[in-house]
Ligand binder design. Structure first.
Ligand code: NAI
Ligand code: MG
Length: 332
């Protein structure tokens, strides 16, 4: 039996992770879940939103399924997510964005993958006040991290039969930092002659994505642009409730949705658990349980396409529970 860390998280986290756990069971896979607290829940229990116990659990089990956590604002805490990614060196954030048939969204048949660098850039957390008149944040781009994420993107493209990789940057203005990122991607591209390579300036890419997302295949971006473009891409296919993600490092992976803890709908039983269920499928792929992963994906697609149940964000009126039960029935 596999042992995997389960981080229920805050807000809608416990609701959507519970739904993901249910579909894994419905697909016939037994997992020994080791529960770990992070976020507000952990803050109340341990006095810190990112307890060492939780990090140790992920380190030991190598894999975690994680709900979103709320970062306490204005209390001097750093982001739990950034802290976790740095503690485990989860350097790549992989976010496959795919249209579902039958969902009202700006486009159909979008199929692209966002590969976001996960450890540096403005998220390195080097920020300080200059007296009380200004504040400064440092954008850190290293050759090592840029090379690692570029190669991750090309390797992913190769293994998943993708055709193109596009590096996204603002090297025309940030000549040194984004320039280094771009040059490093260009150098990596030479080792992957079968994958088409191009680059795009971030603002132009954003316009292009909302006009013609089909032009793109795999996008590789520094941390901040990757964060923003992920949400934009989620919008292309019908919203944050649908896009899963994986934070991948050399020693393990943490699977979590692109969306946050959605305090506006937390506790109401109406959150869309699709993103977390797709995270569950990505986790099963990593555990070698690819048949079960495929069953989950097909179950979700069937329920959404045939409108057997739809949550409110997808234009339906089903609760998280009703939607989850429909998918569990579709899986078996
Ligand atoms: P959010 O993603 O939580 O919510 C944005 C909007 O999308 C809200 O209207 C929400 O109701 C809706 N939404 C999100 N997920 C949904 C789902 N599964 N089903 C239906 N509707 C959904 O972003 P927001 O409000 O900016 O952030 C809230 C908190 O989450 C903040 O404390 C933020 O720091 C945290 N956060 C945590 C993340 C993580 O743990 N990985 C990622 C992003 C934000
Ligand atoms: Mg984000």
């Amino acid at each position: 039996m596999h042992t995997v860390t389960l981080i229920p998280g805050d807000g809608i986290g416990p609701e959507v992770t519970a739904a993901a756990v249910e579909v894994i069971a419905a697909a016939g896979i037994k997992i020994n879940w080791e529960i770990a607290d992070m976020g507000i829940t952990a803050l109340e229990k341990y006095g810190t939103p990112l307890p060492d116990e939780a990090i140790a659990s992920v380190k030991k089990n190598k894999f975690a399924l994680k709900g979103p956590v709320t970062t306490p604002v204005g209390k001097g805490f750093r982001s739990v997510n950034v802290g976790l990614r740095q503690a485990l060196n989860l350097y790549a954030n992989l976010r496959p964005v795919k249209s579902f048939p039958g969902i009202p969204s700006p486009f159909s048949s979008v199929d692209l993958v966002v590969v976001r660098e996960n450890t540096e850039d403005l998220y390195a957390g080097v920020e300080h006040n200059i007296g009380n008149v200004a504040a400064e944040a440092v954008k850190i781009i290293t050759k090592e991290a840029s090379n690692r994420i570029a190669r991750f993107a090309f390797q992913y493209a190769l293994e998943h039969r993708r055709k193109k990789v596009t590096a996204v940057h603002k090297a025309n203005i940030l000549k040194l930092s984004d320039g280094l990122f771009l040059n490093t991607c260009q150098a990596a591209a030479r080792d992957y002659p079968d994958i088409e390579f191009s680059d795009r300036i971030i603002d132009a890419l954003c316009m292009d994505l909302v006009l013609a997302p089909h032009k793109y295949d795999v996008l590789v971006l520094p941390n901040l642009y990757g964060d923003i473009v992920s949400d934009l891409c989620a919008g292309l296919v019908g919203g944050l409730g649908l896009v899963p993600g994986a934070n991948i490092g050399t020693e393990g992976a943490v699977f979590e949705a692109v969306h946050g803890s959605a305090p506006d709908i937390a506790g109401k039983g109406i959150a869309n658990p699709t993103a977390l269920m797709l995270c569950a499928a990505m986790l099963l792929d990593q555990l070698g349980e690819t048949t079960a992963a495929e069953k989950i994906r097909r179950g979700i697609e069937q329920v959404i396409e045939e409108k057997i149940a739809l949550t409110r964000d997808l234009g339906g009126s089903s609760s998280t529970r009703e939607f989850t039960e429909a998918i569990c029935r579709a899986i078996v």
